[in-house]
Design a protein around this ligand. Structure first.
Ligand SMILES: Nc1ncnc2c1ncn2[C@@H]1O[C@H](COP(=O)(O)OP(=O)(O)OP(=O)(O)O)[C@@H](O)[C@H]1O
Ligand SMILES: [Mg+2]
Length: 310
């Protein structure tokens, strides 16, 4: 089976040199992955893992120290590719004297859309991200709440009706209802045939909507693939809830123990079996396993001033 690859990162590396001593921070190391047409791809990692740095390299906003990235088959940066994608930066900065409506109009103009088309799309998008109310759409952005700005950021990423949408932490700053609305929106984008790549450090966002994920820790890609393949199918333990004399008690049986035998013994002892639940690895378990087995945070390599000067 062949897949239409929309985004490919091959051995991307980014080294930042910090301060007078040019201390090196290896923010991203040999990160390779592919995003295929029509999928929702989650880029998952704890704070400081290198997610934003990787997405910025894909967007051509910073240059990789090594490695290559392609979008729609074209090496980054490509103006032709940019016309077909939408991007939500991590901390979007908008002119705050503009209103939401005006900002979308401006973005539409940058993509060369005609006046009527800009108005139509801006109206639809504001509605779609929950900013359709007259008050919200025409209010200056400096009066927007954090969540409203985040929603507007998502709307501006869609103004050119992109085939590919890259979102850096799209659910950040949103309350649980807002998060769900954005997850639903991402699913709708997929239903429309678009490809979505988004970063997050929130496991449940990934678990609920992603077709495939990549996990980055300390600048390295630890694992990538369909979620159910990443999660180890092995049984962690079986949880048995027993009741005796009106008291409930939960017991964890190690995977090597015989559950039937344990239940027989419990019943023989006059206990009632309330529930038997096999516990397999969850995304949270996987995440903790990956983070614990690796170095957390970007690797800082110390140099002497003499090395730095040479
Ligand atoms: N311009 C920069 N100069 C120096 N170091 C940087 C720069 N940008 C990022 N870093 C470092 O690179 C590492 C990765 O940062 P990055 O912002 O990519 O992480 P992240 O996964 O997006 O984290 P978060 O979940 O907090 O957004 C961090 O250690 C960060 O301090
Ligand atoms: Mg980030």
């Amino acid at each position: 089976m062949t897949h239409d690859v929309i985004v490919s990162a091959e051995k991307l590396e980014k080294v930042f040199a910090l301060g007078f001593l040019r201390k090196k921070v290896r923010a991203v190391r040999e990160v390779s992955f592919e995003v295929r047409r029509g999928e929702i791809f989650g880029f998952l990692g704890p704070n400081g893992a290198g997610k934003t740095t990787t997405l910025k390299m894909l967007m051509g906003l910073i240059f990789p120290t090594a490695g290559t990235a392609r979008i729609f088959g074209e090496p980054v940066p490509s103006i032709a590719a940019k016309r077909r994608l939408g991007f939500l930066p991590e901390n979007p900065y908008f002119y705050d004297y503009l209103s939401g409506e005006e900002l979308l109009d401006l973005m539409g103009r940058l993509f060369g859309l005609g006046r009527a088309e800009r108005k139509r799309r801006a109206g639809l998008l504001l509605e779609r991200v929950g900013l359709g109310r007259a008050g919200a759409r025409s209010m200056p952005l400096r009066k927007y709440s954090k969540g409203m700005l985040q929603r507007l950021g998502i709307a501006q990423a869609l103004i050119n009706d992109p085939e590919l949408v890259i979102l850096d932490e799209p659910m950040s700053g949103l309350d649980p209802i807002g998060r769900k609305e954005i997850r639903d929106l991402i699913r709708e984008l997929k239903d429309e045939g678009k490809t979505v790549l988004f970063s997050t450090h929130i496991l449940s966002d990934v678990e609920l909507i992603c077709d495939r994920v990549a996990i980055v820790v300390g600048g390295r890609l630890r694992d990538s693939g369909p979620l159910d393949q990443l999660l180890s199918p092995r049984l962690l333990h079986t949880e048995v809830v027993l009741e005796a004399g009106g008291q409930k008690e939960a017991v964890r049986l190690a995977p090597e123990l015989d559950v039937d035998e344990a239940l027989r013994q419990a019943l023989a002892a006059g206990k009632k079996v309330v529930a038997v639940t096999p516990r397999r690895e969850s995304l949270e378990d996987l995440f903790v396993r990956e983070v614990e087995s690796g170095d957390v945070g970007a690797g800082a390599e110390h140099q002497t001033p003499r090395e730095a000067a040479s």
